[in-house]
Design a protein around this ligand. Sequence first.
Ligand code: SF4
Length: 396
Amino acid sequence: MRRQRDLRKQDFSPSVLDFGPVRFYVARHFGFCYGVENAIEISYRALEENPDKKVYLLSQMIHNQEVNQDLQSRGIQFIADTDGTQFIPWEKIAKDDVVIIPAFGTTIEIENLLLEKGVDVQQYNTTCPFVEKVWNRAGKLGQESHTIIIHGKPNHEETRATFSHSSGNAPSIVVKDMADAMQLGKYILAEKEFKNFEKEFFGKYSTGFDPQKHLQKVGVVNQTTMLATETQEIADYFRQLMVQRFGQENIKDHFADTRDTLCYATNDNQDATYQLLNLEADFAIVVGGYNSSNTSHIVELCERKFTTYFINSESEIKSKSKIHHFNYHQKQKKITNGFIPNKKPVNIILTSGASCPDTLVDRVMLRMVEFFEGAKPVSDVVREFDENIFAAGDNP
Ligand code: SF4
């Protein structure tokens, strides 16, 4: 309803679903993005169209356990894990097999390997156009003789794919965060001996990268799901270093002033999360896959204000007093007892990442509602919500 009335996406205020003793503040934008929906649709189509063939996915379709398990139960096999660990050796993949490229895209090396086997890599290529946009930006910067600095998680499929595409055109290097950027900055200012570079950035720079030569003219692109503010800080940091080294008057010859390459879904979800931070609530629940980059950034934002429980499904809510959740900083599951405060109403922030089906958010909400005696029926809450939207006119 709100989506239809706000096609130009000018309203980022949360939706309020008031069940009486419990109230949910749901982010204005959350859940499945275009790229994920497209990839899922193509994967199911690949299965339908090829009942007699082996159907493989290069790695997880998206970072969502339930979707991946469903695809596996229908016969899809994953060739590798998210971090590149091989499950099925390449020798087993044959010409007539179907290989789906996930929304993150893949590396040129893997694409070539499949092409050499005669596998059609385009028929079920689900690479998201917003990821391809990053590759195009990197390509353009490379043509203008910039070195490409990629802000991304070095082991993430998307960053590996972007790195592979960009290093074909230009010297490229990955920085995962501001701390990494600052270490690289020391080489730009020649504050660190170049002999340390190889060890410090091992596996993160392109073949033949020479820090003395290739850190004089740079441009920044990023993994589409990074935290917008962090990418901006990193780009500003490199800009300022170039001013320091080459002077403000020469900055255009040493730094590409471009916008970040985050995708629309990351921007919308993060902007909607900032709106949630203006509220007062008892805690936040963020739903999504534990290896999902975009979800972990939403968790990071929510944690700035609220006690935040990162869960991948309603089954993590064990009882009224116990929740299992994921601490992504420590990469560990945790158990919290007594997570619902003894007060009325309890106000809960609820949102999810781009790889999480909306139904999962519904299920989490319904699971929580079970714990509140006297909660209004869902149909009443939804009707009231719709009436409020209508009453608010064109600017809900
Ligand atoms: S999160 Fe963005 S880049 Fe990734 S699949 Fe979704 S729309 Fe595409």
